[in-house]
Write a protein that binds this ligand. Structure first.
Ligand code: ZN
Length: 92
């Protein structure tokens, strides 16, 4: 089980808020479910994912830039209220 993947570099993703690259594990995966941005902390939900730092500054940047709509390739704005609550709770 262990030892097979340790040699690989840890995967990186770009935060859709600040546009900086970070280790996948340091970012929060977001998926869009019926027009709502949902946090996917375990990375198990199916579909296209977007990554953002679990911080309000990055979330606000992403919302202002409509980065989620772009990431999920939808034309309408996505509901981020629930996601915002999640990030607020996750950050001290
Ligand atoms: Zn960020």
């Amino acid at each position: 089980m262990s030892g097979r993947t340790h040699a690989r570099a840890c995967p990186e993703r770009t935060c859709v808020g600040c546009r900086e690259r970070a280790a996948k594990k340091d970012l929060l995966r977001i998926v869009a479910i019926e027009g709502v941005c949902a946090p996917d902390p375990r990375g198990t939900l199916p579909g296209r994912g977007a990554y953002v730092h679990p911080a309000l500054v990055c979330l606000d940047l992403a919302v202002r830039r409509r980065a989620f709509s772009r990431a999920f390739r939808v034309r309408s704005a996505l509901d981020t209220a629930e996601l915002r609550r999640y990030v607020e709770q996750a950050t001290p």
